[in-house]
Design a protein around this ligand. Structure first.
Ligand SMILES: Nc1ncnc2c1ncn2[C@@H]1O[C@H](COP(=O)(O)OP(=O)(O)OP(=O)(O)O)[C@@H](O)[C@H]1O
Length: 260
């Protein structure tokens, strides 16, 4: 469980995040939504412990995130960013294996059992066998993001933080990426927190949404509760039409042309 207790962040005179209370249950999938500059990435960086809070505390399983060593934290939590991983000239299989770093001793040995079958299983699941020997820097952005997901799967975390993971992907790869994460969660019960700009994807995949605006939480709840036309109008300053998805019933947001 993750507890965010009065967590705020200031950069000099800028308040990036006002004190926030938020509880994330084990196995939940939360989306963080809100306009540009509303504090989403700042919050993610506070959750992952790479940024220090200005006030409050982030507890993970009852312990302050800053009290874990980097290695302990990496065994528990994986972070995947918009660009996935840097396009290095390493074969895909090796890049996936790099995800085992938190489990390696100082000689680079991974003492866990069944590492080979873990890596094979990930390569299977993500259909990466045909790319296994290709260097990462020769792959497309969508393929690279799949490899990045494979790398964090190899990390075997119990918490996955995604910061706009689908922003550069076409709709095929967006759906593929979200489905892979959804299946991973189903299989392992991993907790997922994802910053998403695409409200329709957020509605389809997240159990709950935290809505930020100007560094303040303006709401948290189910997609049905949060993605109302009124909320979207206020938070994003657009004229939306919210409809129910014909198959699943979850809210989907359409934009209307502004009249001149
Ligand atoms: N390192 C920093 N130094 C100074 N100000 C910062 C820093 N990081 C973020 N900010 C400010 O904090 C506010 C929130 O930024 P943040 O990146 O968290 O927003 P965001 O919601 O993730 O935005 P976007 O959707 O554009 O990625 C912004 O006003 C930003 O300029």
């Amino acid at each position: 469980m993750i507890e965010v207790l009065g967590v705020g962040k200031q950069f000099g005179g800028i308040t990036a995040l006002n004190p926030l209370d938020w509880t994330i249950g084990k196995g939940e999938w939360w989306g963080i939504i809100g306009p540009n500059g509303s504090g989403k990435s700042t919050l993610m960086r506070l959750l992952s412990g790479v940024e220090r809070v200005s006030s409050g505390v982030v507890n993970i399983n009852g312990k302050n995130v800053t009290d874990y060593s980097r290695k302990q934290l990496s065994r528990m939590m994986a972070v995947l960013q918009q660009e996935g991983i840097a396009p290095i000239h390493y074969p895909v299989r090796e890049v996936i294996e790099m995800g085992r770093y938190p489990y390696m001793d100082w000689l680079g040995r991974d003492s866990s059992e069944n590492v080979d079958s873990l890596i094979e299983g990930i390569m299977d699941k993500l259909k990466l066998h045909e790319l296994a020997e290709r260097p990462l820097d020769e792959l497309s952005g969508g393929q690279r993001q799949r490899v990045a997901l494979g790398q964090v799967m190899a990390q075997e975390p119990s918490i996955l933080l995604l910061d706009e993971p689908t922003s550069f992907l076409d709709i095929h790869y967006q759906q593929q990426f979200m489905e892979l994460v959804a299946n991973w969660r189903k299989e392992t019960g991993i907790t997922v927190i994802a910053v998403l700009h695409d409200l329709n994807l957020a509605a389809q995949y997240c159990d709950k949404l935290l809505v930020l605006r100007d560094g303040k939480a303006v709401g948290m709840g189910t997609p049905q509760e949060m993605l109302t036309a009124e909320n979207i109008r206020v938070v994003y300053e657009v004229e939306p039409v919210v409809v129910a998805h014909p198959a699943s019933g979850v809210p989907q947001v359409l934009l209307s042309r502004q009249t001149m």
